[in-house]
Design a protein around this ligand. Sequence first.
Ligand code: NAG
Ligand code: NAG
Ligand code: NAG
Ligand code: NAG
Ligand code: NAG
Length: 227
Amino acid sequence: MIRNTTLEDSGYYAGGVSSEAAWMEGGVVLIVLDKPSKPKVNGDTDKMIDTYAALTCSSNSTSAPDYYSKLVTLSYTWFVNDTKMDGETDETLRFQVTRAHKYNRYSCEATAMELESYRSDTVQINPLYGPLKIILTPQPKLNRFYTLTIREGQTIGPYQCKVDCNPPCNKTWKYKDSSGSISVISKEGILEQQRLNRNISVLLCEAKWGNDTVIDKSITLDVQCKF
Ligand SMILES: *[C@@H]1O[C@H](CO)[C@@H](O)[C@H](O)[C@H]1NC(C)=O
Ligand SMILES: *[C@@H]1O[C@H](CO)[C@@H](O)[C@H](O)[C@H]1NC(C)=O
Ligand SMILES: *[C@@H]1O[C@H](CO)[C@@H](O)[C@H](O)[C@H]1NC(C)=O
Ligand SMILES: *[C@@H]1O[C@H](CO)[C@@H](O)[C@H](O)[C@H]1NC(C)=O
Ligand SMILES: *[C@@H]1O[C@H](CO)[C@@H](O)[C@H](O)[C@H]1NC(C)=O
């Protein structure tokens, strides 16, 4: 009788009236089951949106003997935040990445012979995406010609340029003067209060992401001169 079985007790047991007999009769293998090792979630977590993420739950059976443990098939359970995901029982969890995936925490458990492993540490996807639109706050009060009326000498701003990108976009405030040439005012997201020169015709915030993606939002000015 083996009590308080430990993994070391696993192995081949045989008995008989003599040792020769013991070798002849054939014995039994005592398999000691233990829960699988605490899994690690592996996979590339920096993913462009609309591509597929693949997270793999990697754990090992720790049952003994070793040669038995290699034959054990593990089954898997996936969790998002702390909620079990329905129908996700594969070693690899695949899904299409969206912006919203940023906040989800994924983890998994491995199970063998009804023994559950500890829960893995959680991982988060870092979804990469460029800008879609720029929002200026406060919203400029445009007239019916969609331009902003200001009197010469009046101040304008401050305006904040908001845009959702990951990693964050580089934002630049610029102005265009009446000759069409463009100059940089500020490399921050905020346009401080400005007293504008009368020959400035357009203010714009430009959001740049990587080398290829640039969008902007402009305010066309209607500067009314003092007489
Ligand atoms: C088995 O282990 C428990 C806890 O370690 C101990 O209290 C108990 O006495 C042990 N039983 C035997 C038969 O060794
Ligand atoms: C599982 O075993 C393999 C080979 O022994 C080892 O490389 C790997 O790190 C183990 N994985 C875990 C999650 O313990
Ligand atoms: C997980 O939790 C985060 C933060 O609490 C939440 O934003 C997100 O929507 C949750 N995800 C799901 C799938 O419930
Ligand atoms: C705009 O005004 C500034 C300052 O008065 C002047 O230096 C600049 O040449 C003007 N630009 C144009 C295109 O008129
Ligand atoms: C913002 O500009 C810095 C410095 O030029 C650059 O290293 C970084 O990659 C830019 N960020 C984005 C999202 O393009």
